[in-house]
Write a protein that binds this ligand. Structure first.
Ligand SMILES: *[C@@H]1O[C@H](CO)[C@@H](O)[C@H](O)[C@H]1NC(C)=O
Ligand SMILES: *[C@@H]1O[C@H](CO)[C@@H](O)[C@H](O)[C@H]1NC(C)=O
Ligand SMILES: *[C@@H]1O[C@H](CO)[C@@H](O)[C@H](O)[C@H]1NC(C)=O
Length: 296
């Protein structure tokens, strides 16, 4: 049965590599938070967690299944938690092209796009290898982005490897189902790719198509102009951060990377029930929350 417990997702959402525990310098760079006063976080109800966040988390988890088991939705518990899903395409090689899929979810009448992330160790080594270079966003793929929008080179490259397939599959899936909702999700690297996909889809699809994006453990993807673009294009964009997970704080703000609005923060998880206590953090880079995290 569909449980409101987040227990099953903890392996996905709760990693905090001991050696990287906040708020220590990472790669010799101090991850100092900004100075904006962006308002007090407010509690998120259990029903909102269950209705709006849990299902995207289940889809994000499923993106870690090998694509060979996604085509017929046969990857065991992660797939069984989401009965009735119909997959249009699944692919990736678990390397240069992380696993991804496009599916329909009859229960919510939604086309779902999900991207695999990387395990934490690989995530950090990848980030380290490709440094933190920002490049101009691809003006063909993101025609409404201003010329000052810059994003992480490696994230854009990874998104580019599946972008055309994702766009054409979503277009045909919307046409064949008649649905008008799209959900884009993913975890860590998959969250970065998903947020780029969400912006791309919003620009490419007709305005009656609702693009929802709920992502987990999102690293910083681009500069201030990118963060502003996400906020204006995707009013319901939500990125879930978990306790002291350091991934949402890389690449650092000192290198001009900024998180968009829409942070939903897990402050604690009840070990016996698996229920998460969460709060909504107003603004970009909510300072009140960042301060609490640093002292907790
Ligand atoms: C920009 O995006 C288009 C459409 O996806 C793609 O064909 C092109 O190769 C991309 N340009 C670069 C420099 O990656
Ligand atoms: C965890 O949930 C149980 C059952 O609802 C409750 O009795 C307990 O007090 C909770 N623990 C914490 C630390 O909140
Ligand atoms: C909950 O579980 C985690 C991981 O097993 C453990 O580190 C932590 O101490 C537990 N917290 C409580 C309140 O039991």
């Amino acid at each position: 049965m569909f449980s409101s417990s987040l227990v099953a997702l903890l392996p996905l959402l709760s990693f905090t590599p001991r050696t990287l525990a906040a708020p220590v310098p990472l790669f010799g760079i101090n991850l100092g938070e900004g100075s904006e006063a962006t308002g007090n976080p407010t509690p998120i109800s259990q029903s909102t967690i269950t209705d709006d966040l849990l299902r995207p988390a289940l889809f994000a988890r499923t993106a870690y299944c090998p694509s060979s088991t996604l085509t017929d939705w046969s990857c065991g518990a992660p797939c069984n938690a989401l009965p009735g899903v119909n997959v249009f395409t699944a692919g990736g090689d678990d390397g240069e092209i992380p696993f991804y899929y496009v599916a329909s979810d009859p229960q919510t009448q939604t086309i779902v796009v999900a991207h695999e992330g990387t395990d934490p160790e690989n995530f950090y080594s990848d980030l380290n290898d490709i440094k933190f270079s920002q490049v101009a966003i691809n003006a063909t793929r993101f025609p409404q982005a201003g010329s000052n929008v810059q994003v992480h080179d490696g994230f854009q490259e990874t998104q580019g490897r599946t972008a055309d397939t994702i766009l054409s599959t979503v277009q045909s899936a919307l046409a064949s189902t008649g649905y008008t909702n799209v959900l884009v999700t993913g975890h860590s690297l998959g969250a970065a790719v998903a947020s780029l996909d969400a912006a791309m889809l919003k620009m490419a699809l007709p305005s009656n198509i609702e693009i929802g994006s709920v992502v987990f453990g999102l690293p910083r993807v681009g500069n201030q102009e990118w963060a502003d673009l996400v906020g204006s294009l995707l009013p319901s964009f939500t990125h879930v951060t978990n306790q002291n997970d350091p991934v949402p704080r890389v690449p650092p703000r000192a290198l001009s990377f900024v998180q968009p609005v829409g942070e939903a923060h897990i402050t604690a998880v009840n070990n016996s029930t698996g229920d998460a206590t969460m709060e909504e953090c107003p603004g970009q880079e909510n300072e009140v929350r960042a301060f609490r995290r640093a002292v907790v």
